[in-house]
Write a protein that binds this ligand. Structure first.
Ligand code: A3P
Ligand code: MG
Ligand code: MG
Ligand code: MG
Length: 290
């Protein structure tokens, strides 16, 4: 994920984004394509039998040799693997890759909205995740401080950041910046929030929950896909938060599942009553995403 993040920064520095329109309000750049090839090639070289599903559907053939990373994070390896994952066969694992989450914002220069997402599901449950933020701290002076990698494993915990609970006594929601619609706005109004943070990226919005900047991520729309939510759901769950559809139902992440999150996304931070948020979603919004 860190190597993919460097590819994303290098392509932006060169300034040739190679933008392709995949659909309405749905862009792909050379950074999305290249980062995905880096992640696919690196993972499949180490784990040839693993099922990996990436947003851009790219193949892993012919990548520059310096894009292939097979070494592991020594700090993470020092942790004790929870017993339930020790004997998992690779046939029970599906990896969901979003090589660049927040593409719209990337093309508009809102660079800290961008994340690289690698989510690991075991028997259909999102249990492990890496969220790399290549432009974290990009406005600071020193290039060494740029970028960070956060991870989580359900049953073990999280790393790479300091979990913070959101403030009490007020309500802050986060939602899409570039894919809003009437249903999204109707749901947000029903909560009468003190503030709404409209930012790019599913990964970035879940980061806001993890660092106590917002209480809930409310997105009643079919637009997010499994690669947008697998890694964020796993890291958030590992720290005591929750990510479900807008009815409070769990998504599955096995390899045969449909890609769109057809019942929308509702995520809440650590210490927040998720079911209370589900109850406040207007019936009209629920009916539209049932
Ligand atoms: N209406 C829509 N059409 C296509 N993609 C959508 C969408 N709504 C959300 N998404 C995808 O969900 C992710 C988060 O969206 P948002 O930033 O608006 O919250 C983005 O991922 P990518 O940037 O990886 O494509 C975005 O493309
Ligand atoms: Mg996309
Ligand atoms: Mg995405
Ligand atoms: Mg993407």
């Amino acid at each position: 994920a860190t190597r993919a993040g460097k590819i994303i920064r290098d392509i932006m520095s060169r300034g040739e984004l190679g933008i392709v329109e995949k659909g309405k309000n749905d862009l792909q750049t050379e950074a999305d394509r290249s980062a995905e090839r880096c992640l696919m090639a690196s993972l499949s070289q180490q784990y040839p039998n693993l099922t990996i599903i990436g947003e851009e559907g790219g193949s892993s053939c012919e990548v520059p040799s310096d894009w292939i990373v097979t070494d592991c994070d020594q700090h993470v390896l020092l942790q004790q693997c929870p017993s339930e994952y020790i004997d998992v066969p690779s046939s029970d694992v599906t990896v969901w890759i979003d090589p660049l989450d927040g593409t719209t914002e990337y093309t508009q220069g809102l660079l800290d909205h961008v994340t690289v997402l690698v989510g690991i599901s075991v028997r259909g449950k999102a249990v492990g995740g890496v969220i790399h933020q290549p432009y974290y701290n990009y406005k600071s002076e020193s290039a060494d401080l740029m970028g960070r990698t956060l991870w989580g494993l359900v049953g073990l915990g999280t790393g790479g950041f300091q979990p913070v609970a959101p403030p009490t006594g007020k309500l802050i929601l986060t939602t899409t910046r570039s894919h809003s619609n009437d249903l999204v706005n109707m749901a947000l109004e029903a909560f009468k929030p003190d503030d709404i943070l409209r930012v790019g990226g599913a990964g970035h919005k879940v980061l806001l929950l993890m660092e106590g900047k917002a209480h809930a991520y409310v997105f009643p729309s079919k637009g997010c896909k499994k690669w947008d939510t697998c890694a964020p759901e796993a890291v958030l769950t590992a720290m005591g938060g929750k990510l479900t559809d807008i009815h409070g139902g769990a998504y599955e992440y096995h390899k045969e599942v449909e890609h769109p999150n057809l019942r929308g996304v509702l995520a809440t931070a650590q210490g927040v009553d998720h079911s209370a948020f589900v109850k406040k979603i207007p019936q009209e919004v629920r009916d539209a995403l049932s």
